[in-house]
Design a protein around this ligand. Structure first.
Ligand code: HEM
Length: 511
């Protein structure tokens, strides 16, 4: 007791402590601000965006409205600049050349795993995706891509139609609903049914829903910055991942024991696949890959379907044209939608593309520099080890250099091909195979909602198929409009860009 009181008496009074504290904080701020103004910038490196707050840097501006922030920086600093986000130095590379520089960077120079794995390994589990050696991850992508093939898609379309019809049956003849909430619920059903397996799908209203929810709570922007805090949500995430892995293991075991192999889901494709060395894929890899697929496809497709409906709701003549397209191609809006007839609906496809151009769910993608430096030759700039490289297709996709009237939702631009983007040279890197088949698009394209290069999405075809089936079924079923008369703004606070609340759609069932 005596020691404590002696120590306390040695401390300055509280008011003096507060003054010291304010002084220290003031000095730290002053050093941070003055150092940016006084110390000459290294001309070999990209310019650094000014910030007032040490460590936090530009995180608040970026977090609240990243597209405006990046466009403002572009005006001030050009296509390549570095900003600070909670201690991370992020070098943004804009424009078609910026996309190409980031997406085509060699593995030995910059790494997606180093940028993402600190967060994803807790959700997907060990030895898969960014936690696997790069070559193994590419093989895993190959398995997933092979499992998403035309034969399966043929079976998937009627399943998605049935899910969509059943989902909206409960909506009655008229009313209103929140677009993102509704489509998130629908997509979890369609994606689970087509990809995750009937066992998971049949349990969606039971324990699986809670596991999905807990995993999802561990896949938020906060987890990117603080991947492992001693908080209940982090513990629930870990428990859910373990339970999910156990659940998959028991499902795989049962399918093998009962010779239940005639399934069109991705789970079956992974059970049947073997690694290059001939070994079967271990159960925990299968579980991890399926969780990764769920997270890759769920929120992205949910937000894209809700944005599409919100944009269509503002343009009734487009809805009419979509219905007319169905009548022209199928004879009537009662005819069955199939994998083959959905391929022949250019306006429907253009609507999805236009949504992905204007509202890309993932508007920026990161890599971490792992070499001593990387050199962006076009600008003769060096980006040092430890910086993150950031490509932002969300900015190039609304750049008037590539698209006329870029903020207008105009699906016909994809049919008329009159935008400047169609006249520009892109590159022959679309044919490169990084281990999961040809990438399919040049990394110099300004339109990259599915990324490019070795980390390009392998769910694009399934994504389009699911979205086209859902949207065509929805427009057949309802007449609809935006409840508050306009398309809502974007909310950037979750992992994908979603419509700001309220995003309500008023609907009337068609006769
Ligand atoms: C990668 C977007 C649907 C699985 C990506 C990337 C983007 C993207 C932008 C590149 C990430 C990066 O470079 O850092 C989308 C969009 C979707 C969609 C907009 C739907 C509208 C899906 C679906 C699946 C999926 C349905 C699974 C069936 C993956 C996987 C990767 C990926 C496995 C690879 C990640 C890597 O190699 O680092 N996706 N995705 N995605 N996506 Fe998708």
């Amino acid at each position: 007791m005596a020691v404590v009181s002696t120590l306390l008496s040695a401390l300055p009074p509280v008011s003096t402590l507060a003054v010291y504290l304010v002084l220290v904080v003031g000095v730290v701020f002053a050093i941070h601000i003055l150092s940016q103004l006084i110390i000459p910038a290294n001309p070999k490196q990209p310019p650094t965006v000014f910030s007032w707050v040490p460590l936090l840097g530009n995180a608040v501006q970026f977090g609240m409205d990243p597209i405006t922030f990046l466009k403002d920086c572009q005006k001030k600093y050009g296509d390549v600049f570095t900003f600070t986000m909670v201690g991370k130095r992020v070098t943004v590379c804009l424009g078609a050349d910026g996309n190409q520089f980031v997406f085509n960077s060699k593995q030995s120079l910059s790494s997606a795993a180093q940028a993402y794995n600190h967060m994803t390994k807790f959700v997907f589990g060990p030895d898969v995706v960014y936690d696997a050696p790069h070559a193994v991850f590419m093989e895993q992508k190959k398995f997933i891509k092979a499992g998403l093939n035309s034969d399966c898609f043929r079976e998937h379309v009627p399943m998605i139609v049935e899910e969509t019809e059943n989902f909206f049956k409960t909506y009655g003849n008229s009313g209103s609903f929140d677009a993102y909430e509704a489509f998130a619920q629908l997509v979890i059903r369609t994606a689970s049914r087509c990809l995750m397996g009937k066992e998971i799908y049949n349990n969606l209203d039971g324990s699986v829903a809670k596991l999905y929810y807990d995993l999802d709570q561990g896949f938020q922007p906060i987890n990117f910055i603080f991947p492992n805090l001693p908080l209940p949500s982090y513990r629930r995430r870990d428990v859910a991942r373990e339970k999910m892995a156990e659940l998959y293991s028991s499902i795989i075991q049962r399918r093998k024991e009962q010779n239940d192999t005639d399934n069109s889901d991705l789970l079956q494709a992974l059970i049947d696949a073997t690694y290059k060395d001939g070994s079967h894929i271990p159960d925990h890899h299968i579980a991890g890959m399926l969780i990764a697929v769920l997270f890759g496809g769920q929120h992205t497709s949910a937000t894209t379907s809700s944005w599409t409906v919100l944009e269509l709701a503002a343009q009734p003549e487009l809805v009419k044209a979509l219905l007319q397209e169905q009548i022209d191609k199928l004879g009537s809006v009662q005819a069955d939608l199939t994998f083959d007839n959905l391929k022949d609906m250019p306006l429907l496809e253009a609507c999805i593309r236009e949504t992905l151009r204007l509202h890309p769910p993932i508007f920026q993608m990161m890599r971490k520099v792992v070499a001593d430096k990387v050199v962006f030759e076009k600008y003769n700039l060096e980006i040092p080890k430890g910086n993150h490289l950031c490509a932002a297709p969300g900015v190039t996709q609304i750049d008037p250099v590539y698209f006329d009237e870029p903020l207008k939702y105009n699906p016909y631009r994809w049919l008329e091909k009159s935008d400047p983007v169609h006249q520009m040279e892109q590159g022959d890197d679309a044919n490169i195979d990084y281990g999961f088949g040809a990438v399919g698009i040049s990394s110099r394209s300004p339109f990259l909602p599915f990324g490019a290069g070795r980390h390009r999405c392998i769910g694009e075809q399934f994504g389009y198929l699911q979205l086209k089936t859902i949207i065509s079924t929805f427009v057949r079923t309802f007449d609809f409009e935006n409840l508050n008369g306009k398309v809502p703004g974007s909310d950037y606070t979750s992992m994908v860009v979603v419509p700001q609340h309220p995003a309500k759609v008023r609907y009337t069932r068609r006769a």
